[in-house]
Design a protein around this ligand. Structure first.
Ligand code: HEC
Ligand SMILES: [Cu+2]
Length: 429
C-alpha cells in the first residue's frame, strides 16, 4: 500500500515535470542553445559533452538496475534456492574504478580547455581598438589594446563604462559585432553575476575585486571563414563577412543578473545591442556630446535665464527640465551628458535614455516589434516609473527614503509635473 502511494506521487511529479518541460524551447531569446559567439559556443560544447557522458552512465546503470530488478525478483511460490552470496570481486571493482576515471577524464579535459579558452583574451590584430575604431576620443596609448568595458553592478541596475572612450551608459550595453571585448566586472554593493545567455556568461561581480572575462558577439573573420568555407578575394571575403554580421549577429540580446542580490534581483535585467563598427562610433560620439538645452539654447544661456527669470522658460519641456534640476532632485543622482549641472552618480546615467528600448534595468519594455522605440509605451513607462518606482521594482534605491532616496515621489510631485518630466525625458534621444 505504502509503495503504491509513493509510486503515485512519483508519477504525479513526473507528469508535472513533463508539462513544464513542454514550455522549454531551445531558441528563445535567452537560450543557451542558440549561441551567437565563441564563448557561449564553447560553453554549449562543454555542456553537451557532460550531457552525453551523464546520459551514457544513466542508461547503463539504469539498464543493469532494471535487469536485476526483474530477473531476481521474488515470484509467487518461489522455491528457487538463494543465489550464491558473494562479497568483493576485484576484477569488477577495478574495472568500475577504471571506467569512472576514464569518464572523469573525458569530462575534465574539455572542461579545463574551456576554462582556459574563456579566460585568456585572444589577442589579435583585428581586436585592437586602433584596427577598427574610427570614432573620436581614442588616445594613441589605447590604440594597441582591445576595447575594455567596465561592468558595474548596483542593486538593481547595471553601469557600463568605456574608460578608453571616456563614456558611461547604463542598462543597455552597446557593442560592435565580431570584436573580442575585455570585460572588467565590479560590484558597488553585493555580489551580482553577468549573464548574457546567447553570448557569454556567467561571471560574478564581487565587491572589492575586479573579475575579468572576454565576450564576442559573432565569430571572428577567421572562424567565420573556417566554418562557412567561404572563398574569394580579400575584398569579397570582407564583404561577405560584413553581411554575415549584419544578418545573423546584429541584434538586441537579453541579459540578466544571475546571482541573488536582494529585493529586486529578479528585475535586474539588462540588454545588449550588437551593432556595426560605424554605428558604434557614432553612438560613442552622441553619448560624448550629450544633450542640448531645450529650444536650441546653449546651457549657459538656459541657466542664466533660469537663474534670473525662470518664468520665461515656459512649455512642458522647459518646465520638465526645471523640475528635473530642482524639486524632483533627479540631477542629484543622475547625470545627463552635456548638461553641466546634471552630474549625479548614484543612479544610472540618463544620456540618450529615450533611445534605449527598456527602462529600469530592462524591467519596463518599450521596444516595438520592428525594433524601434514605441513612443507611447515609453511615455507610459516613464510616467509609471517616476510616479511609483517602488511598485515597479520593490525596494529600489531611487524610491527608498532610508536608502538615501527621494521618499514618496507621489507626495513630492503632482501628476502634471510627472507628465512634464516624462516629456522632458523623451527628448533625451
Ligand atoms: C536618490 C537618488 C535618485 C534620485 C533623487 C532619483 N533617482 Fe532615478 N534612479 C536612481 C536609481 C538608484 C535608479 C536605478 C533603479 C533600479 O533600476 O533599480 C534610478 C533609475 C532611474 C531611471 C531608469 C534609468 C534606466 O537606465 O533604466 C530613470 C528614467 C530615472 N531614475 C529618472 C529619475 C527622475 C526623473 C528623477 C526625479 C524625479 C529621479 N530619477 C530621481 C536614483 C535616483
Ligand atoms: Cu542579482
Amino acid at each position: 500500500m505504502k509503495h503504491s502511494f509513493r509510486g503515485l506521487i512519483a508519477l504525479v511529479f513526473s507528469l508535472i515535470a513533463l508539462v513544464f518541460s513542454a514550455g522549454c524551447d531551445t531558441n528563445t531569446r535567452m537560450s543557451t542553445f542558440d549561441t551567437k559567439g565563441p564563448i557561449a559556443e564553447a560553453q554549449l560544447d562543454l555542456f553537451m559533452v557532460t550531457i552525453w557522458v551523464s546520459l551514457f552512465i544513466f542508461v547503463l546503470v539504469g539498464a543493469v538496475y532494471i535487469v536485476a530488478m526483474f530477473k531476481f525478483r521474488e515470484r509467487k511460490n518461489d522455491d528457487r534456492p538463494l543465489p550464491v552470496q558473494g562479497h568483493g570481486n576485484p576484477l569488477i571493482e577495478i574495472a568500475l574504478i577504471g571506467a569512472s576515471i576514464l569518464l572523469l577524464v573525458i569530462v575534465a579535459v574539455p572542461t579545463l580547455r574551456a576554462i582556459w579558452y574563456t579566460h585568456d583574451f585572444p589577442v589579435t590584430e583585428e581586436s585592437k581598438l586602433g584596427a577598427w575604431y574610427q570614432g573620436e576620443g581614442l588616445s594613441v596609448a589605447e590604440e594597441d589594446k582591445p576595447l575594455t568595458i567596465r561592468v558595474e553592478g548596483y542593486q538593481w541596475w547595471w553601469g557600463f563604462a568605456y574608460p578608453q572612450l571616456g563614456i558611461t551608459t547604463a542598462n543597455e550595453l552597446i557593442i560592435p559585432a565580431g570584436k573580442a571585448i575585455r570585460l572588467e566586472l565590479r560590484s558597488k554593493d553585493v555580489i551580482h553575476s553577468f549573464w548574457l545567455p546567447r553570448i557569454a556568461g556567467k561571471v560574478d561581480l564581487i565587491p572589492g575585486r575586479s573579475n575579468g572575462m572576454w565576450i564576442q558577439a559573432g565569430d571572428s573573420i577567421e572562424d567565420w571563414q573556417a566554418k562557412s568555407g567561404a572563398t574569394g578575394s580579400d575584398e569579397e571575403l570582407r564583404a561577405a563577412y560584413a553581411r554575415y554580421l549584419q544578418e545573423e549577429i546584429h541584434n538586441y540580446y537579453y541579459g540578466q543578473c544571475a546571482e541573488y542580490c536582494g529585493d529586486s534581483h529578479a528585475r535586474m535585467l539588462f540588454r545588449a545591442s550588437v551593432v556595426s563598427d560605424d554605428d558604434f562610433a557614432s553612438w560613442v560620439s552622441e553619448i560624448k556630446t550629450g544633450h542640448q538645452a531645450p529650444d536650441g539654447m546653449a546651457w549657459e544661456e538656459w541657466y542664466a535665464t533660469n537663474d534670473e527669470s525662470p518664468e520665461k522658460l515656459t512649455g512642458d519641456i522647459n518646465e520638465g527640465l526645471q523640475l528635473f534640476m530642482s524639486r524632483g532632485k533627479c540631477a542629484t543622482c543622475h547625470a545627463v551628458n552635456g548638461n553641466p549641472r546634471a552630474v549625479g552618480v548614484a543612479g544610472p546615467n540618463l544620456t540618450k535614455l529615450a533611445s534605449r528600448q527598456s527602462l529600469a534595468a530592462g524591467w519596463l519594455n518599450h521596444r516595438a516589434e520592428d525594433g524601434s522605440v514605441d513612443v507611447e509605451q515609453q511615455y507610459a513607462n516613464f510616467f509609471k516609473w517616476i510616479k511609483e518606482p517602488d511598485t515597479v521594482k520593490p525596494g529600489n534605491l531611487m524610491w527608498k527614503a532610508n536608502g538615501g532616496g527621494i521618499g514618496e515621489l507621489d507626495e513630492l510631485l503632482t501628476d502634471d509635473e510627472i507628465h512634464k518630466i516624462s516629456l522632458y525625458l523623451q527628448t533625451l534621444k
